[in-house]
Design a protein around this ligand. Structure first.
Ligand code: NDP
Length: 313
């Protein structure tokens, strides 16, 4: 059996085109452009690449990209002051502070300072809490994108057994909540799980978010399962000396067993930024509905804005 390839690149491109049309519709009616503020502290090379890519895609769909590049020695107080300014800025619909932050800055403190209504990463405790209680929340981008990929091959997930390998706050735990909301029976596995291959083999949907190259091989996969490979690992090819990206799944082995599989690169990765843009636009549209087209009536402290009603993917 050869798995259906889930083309995240194409699905993300289609989503961005849909978002661009929504933005163009609002602008044509005379509303301001949605704005996404991205804050980068220091010059971590991977973060630089990621921030540049976010800015490019934000502009491509017609939104405003507001970039703040701060030196590595920026104080926590200065960063908190910037976040407060962005919270109050009516032209800013989403705020993303690129992680990791330099060691002298408390990342939790910064995340908690972002107005939940502009927390398009979905990391603020208010959004985390609302997601886990089944309420309206900004959903973290990677799990939101992963769920869209699963639904691109199967709409009704009710009653299926999903296994999520990894329990991080940014991927594993929100993925658990999203699959639970889809009426899956969910198992979350981690580094202390016993007999991981056996646990994974019981999955109709297997989401690997570990960060271990090719950990998930064909022995871990139930025939016909949907496998979502979140992992991004840089490895060096011994023969050529060149480095390349691989996922947490052994693609060649798993594709012979699984029913559907995401590649790395070109699977979950492109969906993450597309869902960041979607979260930002969702927040903007709710703000418009509240009569704050220019943002004048929006109070970032007391008002709370959701993405999508009932945690739709
Ligand atoms: P973390 O390091 O925060 O979490 C990794 C999880 O994997 C932990 O829960 C850990 O268990 C578990 N784990 C580690 N080793 C094993 C093992 N041998 N068996 C079972 N479980 C194990 O990583 P993230 O969640 O941040 O990221 C996971 C991967 O996803 C990374 O490769 C990252 O680069 C990628 N990623 C990709 C994104 C995208 O856009 N495609 C976005 C975000 C992340 P324990 O809790 O017990 O330590």
């Amino acid at each position: 059996m050869t798995a259906t390839l889930i083309d995240g690149k194409a699905i993300a491109a289609a989503l961005r085109a849909e978002l661009a049309a929504r933005v163009a519709g609002h602008v044509a009616q005379g509303y301001r452009k949605p704005g996404l503020a991205v804050v980068l502290v220091g010059n971590d090379p991977a973060s630089e690449v990621y921030v540049a890519s976010k800015a490019k895609q934000t502009k491509e769909i017609g939104m405003l990209s507001i970039e703040h590049r701060l030196p590595a020695e920026t104080t926590e107080a200065a960063l908190l002051a910037l976040v407060a300014r962005l919270n109050a800025d009516p032209g800013v619909d989403g705020i993303l502070v690129q992680l990791p932050l330099p060691g002298h800055i408390d990342a939790d403190k910064i995340i908690e300072a972002i107005a939940p209504a502009k927390d398009v990463d979905g990391f603020h405790p208010v959004n985390v809490g609302r997601l886990s209680t089944g309420g309206k929340a900004f959903v973290p981008c990677t799990p939101r994108g992963s769920l869209k990929l699963i639904k691109s091959v199967r709409q009704d997930l009710s009653g299926l057994h999903a296994v999520v390998v990894g329990r991080s706050n940014i991927v594993g735990k929100p993925m658990l909540q999203l699959l639970l909301a889809e009426n899956c029976t969910v198992t979350v596995a981690h580094s202390r799980t016993q007999d991981l291959p056996m646990v994974c083999r019981s999955a109709d949907i297997l989401v690997a978010a570990v960060g271990r190259p090719k950990l998930i091989d064909s022995r871990y996969v139930k025939p016909g399962a949907i496998v979502i490979d979140v992992g991004i690992n840089r490895v060096t090819d011994k023969a050529t000396g060149k480095s390349r990206l691989v996922g947490d799944a052994d693609f060649d082995g798993v594709k012979e067993i699984a029913g559907a599989l995401t590649p790395v690169p070109g699977g979950v990765g492109p969906m993450t930024i597309a869902c960041l843009l979607e979260n930002t636009l969702d927040g903007y549209e709710i703000r418009l509905k509240q009569g704050g087209g220019g943002g004048a009536r929006f109070d970032p402290v007391t008002e709370w804005i959701c993405t999508s009603g009932n945690i739709q993917p």
